[in-house]
Design a protein around this ligand. Structure first.
Ligand code: NAG
Ligand code: FE2
Length: 455
């Protein structure tokens, strides 16, 4: 698969890493060189046929290490019904994977112990990564919690059990001035859960950037569940040495076990009245693959009376009229679109293309009243800038397209109606540059017709 980068970029090393380089034996230097070659080779496989405006620089993080047992990079995610997984990192391995929590500040009436892991990547060794599931929790309730018995108190709000629910959506975040702007905008809206269709940190092999990303998103990600899937920038593989996704899997553990999946790269969850499938664009998806079989089984369990809305997320868009990344999603689409269509998926979110685009309901390359609305929302603000060049004329299925940084909000009002809006970073948060009411497929004959057919 091709890398996201459209320009060749030198592999960056921090001063600390440069100092380490001087001290390493030749064998390891060769490995590093190999790694650099992989990065550059990936970069040149994508033609630079569109011009992006100047991206903003990566934010500078004064690396002010917290005391070694203090929790860092705290984030939370859903972990099955009424449960939340709390993830944090300490630099001291003896720190317990303990979360104390309760509904009043400073009064922790419950406690849970979890698991911890760590990983090494060339010369980098991660801190201890703790994953602790808490619950059962009440719905729509604020909980105060402390990680590892140390450090500051955090608070989170659990999602509601029924509509309305608001989902914030932004992909391809990175850690630039634009990322900060996107997060600040999302922070201003009232939402219950963040959906991220891939490309998180843009660490791109420099592992310490996973840590700075974790710190950057902590204020939001410790307060609302962040449900993520992976993009190409998470695939930090080095041939013969490292499989991809090691850092991503260690740090962003999602409820795959809870949803019967064998891999952290694809899973599903239910929130209020929505069933959400999170898929992997960079893992096998053909009809004989584990992912395909898991998806088929997962979709067969969906009860539209309980979850009238059915959503899917993955990184590489299937309906994209931008010149960037044309055709990259075709193989996955060919394999999996029939499954999603048969199940009556309402909405699909993807990223990868650094711009915003919304389609009509589509299936098999054409608008179709029983198809899904596809939204490309890879405009979270990463260091690569925007993808500005669109194919002309606009395809009949494309409703709105624009290359600006921003985020989306999906407010599911009830079983039949949801309000989607897209908000540019250049505007005040309440300004909606694109907005549409979407009615669920269960209110049309589409889903019912299929049930009748099967019967
Ligand atoms: C669902 O919400 C829409 C938009 O507010 C409203 O028009 C409709 O009547 C609601 N339907 C039900 C069944 O409450
Ligand atoms: Fe991407």
């Amino acid at each position: 698969m091709a890398s996201h980068s459209d320009q060749m970029k030198p592999v960056e090393f921090t001063l600390f890493e440069k100092a380490q380089l001087k001290m390493v034996p030749n064998k390891l230097k060769i490995l590093l060189l190999l790694m650099a070659v992989v990065v550059v080779a990936n970069a040149v496989t994508v033609a630079a046929d569109y011009v992006r405006p100047p991206p903003r620089k990566n934010l500078q993080f004064p690396w002010d290490p917290k005391p070694s047992s203090q929790p860092q990079q705290v984030h939370v995610s859903l972990a099955g019904d009424k449960h939340i997984r709390v993830t944090w990192i300490t630099s001291k391995s003896s720190s317990p994977s303990l979360v104390e929590y309760g509904t009043s500040p400073g009064k922790y009436t419950s406690r849970s112990h979890g698991e911890s892991t760590s990983y090494s990547y060339l010369f980098y060794t991660s801190g201890t990564i703790h994953h602790t599931v808490i619950g059962p929790l009440e719905h729509n309730t604020v909980y105060y919690y402390k990680c590892g018995g140390k450090g500051p108190e955090f608070s989170l709000k659990t999602p509601p059990s029924e509509f309305p629910i608001t989902l914030a959506v932004a992909g391809d975040l990175g850690q630039t001035g634009w990322t900060k702007s996107t997060l600040d905008h999302i922070d201003l809206c009232q939402y219950d859960l963040h959906l991220l269709p891939g490309d998180l940190s843009y660490a791109d092999y420099i592992q310490s950037k996973w840590d700075t990303f974790g710190e950057l998103v902590e204020p939001l990600a410790s307060a609302r569940p962040w449900m993520v899937t992976q993009g190409n920038h998470e695939k930090e593989n080095i041939p013969f040495i490292k499989d991809g996704f090691e850092s991503y899997n260690a740090r962003w553990k999602m409820p795959y076990e809870e949803s019967g999946s064998m891999s952290n790269l694809y899973y599903s969850f239910e929130v209020a009245g929505a069933h959400v499938v999170m898929l992997g664009s960079y893992t096998d998806y053909d009809v004989n693959s584990e992912q395909y079989n898991w998806l088929k089984a997962d979709l067969s369990t969906v009860d539209r009376k309980k979850t009238p809305w059915l959503l899917a997320l993955f990184h590489v868009p299937w309906y994209n009229s931008n010149y960037a990344h044309q055709g990259e999603g075709d193989d996955m689409m060919e394999a999996m679109e029939p499954l999603l269509h048969a199940a009556g998926v309402d909405l699909v979110f993807s990223g990868h293309v650094h711009a915003y685009e919304r389609t009509k309901r589509v299936y098999n390359g054409k608008s179709n009243p029983c198809g899904a609305v596809h939204v490309t929302i890879g405009d979270g603000g990463n260091k690569e800038g925007l993808a500005q060049k669109y194919k002309e004329p606009s395809p009949e299925w494309s409703v709105f397209r624009e290359a600006s940084f921003g985020h989306g909000e999906l407010k599911i009002v009830n079983s039949s109606h949801a309000f989607w809006s897209w908000h540019r970073n250049d505007d005040d948060e309440p300004v909606k540059s694109d907005e549409v009411w979407i009615t669920s497929l269960i209110t049309s004959n589409c889903v019912a017709t299929k049930e009748t057919k099967q019967a």
